[in-house]
Design a protein around this ligand. Structure first.
Ligand SMILES: Nc1ncnc2c1ncn2[C@@H]1O[C@H](COP(=O)(O)OP(=O)(O)OP(=O)(O)O)[C@@H](O)[C@H]1O
Ligand SMILES: [Mg+2]
Length: 309
C-alpha cells in the first residue's frame, strides 16, 4: 500500500476538482430532531474555513457527515470529488480529524498512539517509524514520545491529536474545537501549529467558539439551529450583518470590545467584530452557554448539591 498522500492522484476523475469540500443540501435528522438542515457549502483547496455557532447548532454533526462518520439523511457531500456516502474509503484517506472530545488512549505513550493510527491507515512497518517521528516533530513532542499520554498537559494532548490527524498526510483537516479546554498560552501554542499548516497550504475546516480564531480564518460560516445562516470573509460578514454603527463601513481593527476575550492567537491582530454578527444572526452571545452553565453551578452549590446526597 502506498504511503500517505498517494491516494489523491489515482481513482480517476473526481467529480468537482475545484472544491476541496462540497456539501449540497446536506441534512441529518434524528427522529423528530433535525440536527442539520440543507447545508450547502464549497470550500476551496488551501482555504481556512471556520464554522461558528451556538451549542447544538449542528457543527459537529456537519463535520461527522463530511468525514464519513455519520450518514447524511438528505443531500450529498464530497471531499476532493469523492462522495462521502459512496466512496468513504477514498474520502477517509484524504482527511485528518481532530475530534471535539479527546480521543487518545492515555494508557499508551505518544508514539504508541500514533502507531495505532498508522497501522489503521495501512502505513507499512518501514515507513511507519519515519512517519511517526515526523509527526512527533511537528507537534514538538519528540522528547515526550515514550511518555504515557496520561502524564501530558491538555495542550500536549491536543498537539498529539493534531499530529495524529497529520500522520497519514491528509489533504484536508477537520478540527472540531481544537483549542477547547486550553488556557490562553496552550491555545496560542496550538494555534501556532495550526497556523503553520495554513502557511503550508493545508485545507482546514474547523469549528470554534473562539472569536479571534474565527476572525483569523479566510471565511466563516455561521450556523444556527441546524442551518448555515451566513457565509463570508469576516470583513464581508461584518459589512453585511454588523449593522448599527458600522453600517457597511466597518473595517477590521476598528472595533473596541469590553468584556470580550480579545487575546487573539496573534496578539497584533485586531479583527472586525464578528461577535456582533453572531449576536445579530443567532440571538446569542458566543459565551452565553458558559455563562449559563456557571450560573447553574452557582445556584446548585448554593443549594448544597441537593442530588448528591
Ligand atoms: N445521536 C444523536 N441523537 C439525537 N440527537 C442528536 C445526536 N447527535 C446530535 N444530536 C442533536 O443534534 C443537534 C446538533 O448537535 P451538534 O453536536 O452537531 O451541535 P454543535 O454545533 O456541534 O454543538 P456544540 O457547540 O455544543 O459542540 C443538537 O440538538 C443535538 O442534541
Ligand atoms: Mg460540537
Amino acid at each position: 500500500m502506498s504511503p500517505a498522500g498517494g491516494a489523491t492522484t489515482v481513482m480517476g476523475g473526481p467529480r468537482d476538482d475545484q472544491a476541496a469540500i462540497l456539501a449540497d443540501r446536506l441534512g441529518r435528522r434524528y427522529g423528530d430532531v433535525t440536527a442539520v438542515e440543507s447545508v450547502s457549502l464549497a470550500i476551496r483547496p488551501g482555504e481556512f474555513f471556520a464554522l461558528l455557532g451556538p451549542n447544538g447548532a449542528g457543527k459537529t454533526t456537519t463535520l461527522h457527515m463530511l468525514t464519513t462518520m455519520l450518514r447524511p439523511t438528505s443531500g450529498t457531500a464530497a471531499v476532493f470529488g469523492f462522495d462521502v456516502a459512496r466512496q468513504p474509503h477514498e474520502v477517509r484517506r484524504l482527511l485528518g480529524m481532530v475530534f471535539q472530545d479527546p480521543a487518545l488512549d492515555d494508557r499508551l505513550t505518544a508514539r504508541e498512539n500514533l502507531e495505532i493510527h498508522a497501522v489503521l491507515y495501512g502505513i507499512g512497518r518501514k515507513e511507519r517509524e519515519q512517519v511517526i517521528d515526523r509527526a512527533l516533530g511537528w507537534a514538538a513532542l519528540t522528547e515526550a514520545r515514550d511518555r504515557r499520554v496520561r502524564s501530558f498537559s491538555g495542550g500536549m494532548k491536543r498537539r498529539l491529536e493534531l499530529a495524529r490527524a497529520l500522520t497519514h498526510s491528509p489533504k484536508v483537516l477537520f478540527l472540531d474545537e481544537p483549542t477547547i479546554g486550553l488556557d490562553p498560552q496552550g491555545r496560542r501554542n496550538l494555534w501556532e501549529h495550526i497556523d503553520a499548516l495554513r502557511e503550508g497550504g493545508m485545507t482546514v475546516l474547523m469549528t470554534t467558539h473562539n472569536l479571534p480564531e474565527a476572525e483569523a480564518c479566510d471565511r466563516v460560516g455561521i450556523m444556527d439551529a441546524g442551518r448555515l445562516v451566513a457565509v463570508g470573509t469576516p470583513r464581508e460578514l461584518v459589512a453585511r450583518h454588523g449593522g448599527g454603527a458600522s453600517d457597511g463601513g466597518a473595517e477590521p481593527g476598528a472595533a473596541e470590545h469590553g468584556g470580550v476575550d480579545r487575546r487573539a492567537p496573534d496578539p497584533a491582530r485586531r479583527g472586525a467584530d464578528l461577535e456582533d454578527v453572531f449576536i445579530a444572526l443567532t440571538g446569542k452571545q458566543l459565551r452565553d452557554e458558559q455563562a449559563t452553565a456557571r450560573d447553574r453551578l452557582v445556584s446548585f452549590a448554593k443549594r448544597g448539591g441537593e442530588h448528591t446526597r
